[in-house]
Design a protein around this ligand. Structure first.
Ligand code: RRO
Length: 346
């Protein structure tokens, strides 16, 4: 499969623009029967993969990151690929067009840069879509976002019943209005509002931005402290890296993929030591191989989230990571993946 993807499918998809490539992927993953027929090929179950992140029990630690299935329309097929969980969205209360196209570009070093601007069908349509399935799929984490306390928490209320956990996205670099929640006081208010208005006790996860200087580091670590104080169950680090991008209508964009792997590892490690391993961390940023995943687990990650690696390595990425990971566990004499978490600090 990997060879077929590398030699045929990816070159074909990459002939078109990245956004058209994404649309081809969406079309293909809407053919549920096809992926369910192939599901046996992607299946590698093993008790050594079982982990619990943010109070969600997972059959394996490889999750899909938010952004790939923004409208929650492919999760049944994606589930057949062997993901341990799927982060869908980000969804906002009302539908959004996002920024004008073009708004995704490929970098030569297996990285992507995007300035999507939160395009999605909105929480009303998406909750209907989620309600219409009763198929067994991997745990669903719904990523939500918003530009006011009301909008954010209304979106939470609309979607909570369909989710195994909700991931609050306060870190997109492409929608300035969302960034108000990176102010620690405003963030604390958001958590208070969500936690008091919600009707259930679904675990809340938070996706945090990267940091590159001491001032931003202190700000993010303060957000981490707030997460712990307010019973957030898991942190996802990191969102994409804000860069200048003259081709983007807004003049800036967010980089994902190999270019941010080292930053992700540094930040996961930093947050793990800062919190003494007391909160689950989902590592997100440039993970392509089992070596990368291994480093992320050792740095303190409980799970791995994939997006750009999935685009470049294709549908077999999860099964390949699992096979390799089993070899790593055996070689180093570990009984399960949970024994590897944070090992570099111990
Ligand atoms: O939609 C986007 O522009 C976007 C989001 Br919500 C995000 O969290 N991260 C990103 O790189 N792009």
């Amino acid at each position: 499969m990997r060879n077929l993807y590398d030699s045929l499918v990816r070159p074909f998809i990459f002939l078109s623009s990245p956004e058209m490539g994404h649309r081809i992927a969406i079309y293909s993953f809407k053919q549920r029967w096809f992926w369910e027929l192939l599901a046996w090929h992607f299946r590698v179950d093993d008790d050594r993969f079982i982990v619990s992140s943010g109070e969600v029990r997972l059959s394996n630690p490889f999750g899909l990151a938010a952004g790939f299935d923004k409208n929650c329309e492919m999760f049944e097929s994606l589930s057949a690929l062997g993901f341990g969980y799927l982060t869908l969205g980000s969804v906002t209360l009302n539908p959004r067009e996002g920024n004008p196209k073009p708004r995704i570009w490929r970098y030569p070093n297996e990285s992507l840069v995007n300035s999507m601007g939160l395009p999605n069908d909105g929480a009303y349509r998406i909750s209907e879509r989620l309600a219409s399935t009763n198929r067994r799929v991997a745990p669903l984490i719904l990523s939500i976002s918003g530009m006011s306390l009301e909008e954010f928490s209304d979106c939470y209320l609309r979607l909570q019943e369909h989710a195994d956990a909700i991931e609050l996205n306060i870190s997109t670099p492409n929608t300035a209005g969302v960034r108000i929640f990176q102010d620690p006081d405003t963030f604390a208010k958001l958590l208070d509002t969500v936690m008091t208005r919600r009707r259930d006790n679904k675990p809340v996860w938070v996706k945090l931005p990267p940091y590159f200087d001491e001032k931003t580091r202190e700000n993010v670590l303060e957000l981490v402290n707030t997460c712990i104080r307010k019973s957030v169950k898991a942190i996802t680090s990191i969102n994409t890296k804000l860069v200048k991008e003259s081709r983007a209508s807004i003049g800036t964009a967010g980089v994902s993929g190999k270019e941010i792997f080292a930053d992700m590892l540094r930040i996961v490690s930093d947050i793990y030591t800062h919190t003494d391993g007391k909160i689950s961390i989902n590592a997100c940023g440039g993970i392509f191989s089992a070596e990368d995943a291994w480093k992320a687990f050792q740095a303190g990650a409980t799970t791995i989230q994939l997006y750009t690696g999935f685009v470049y390595r294709g549908p077999s990425i999860v099964v390949n990571l699992k096979r390799q990971l089993l070899k790593f566990l055996e070689k180093d004499g570990y009984e399960s993946i949970t024994d590897v978490i944070g090992k570099v600090h111990k």
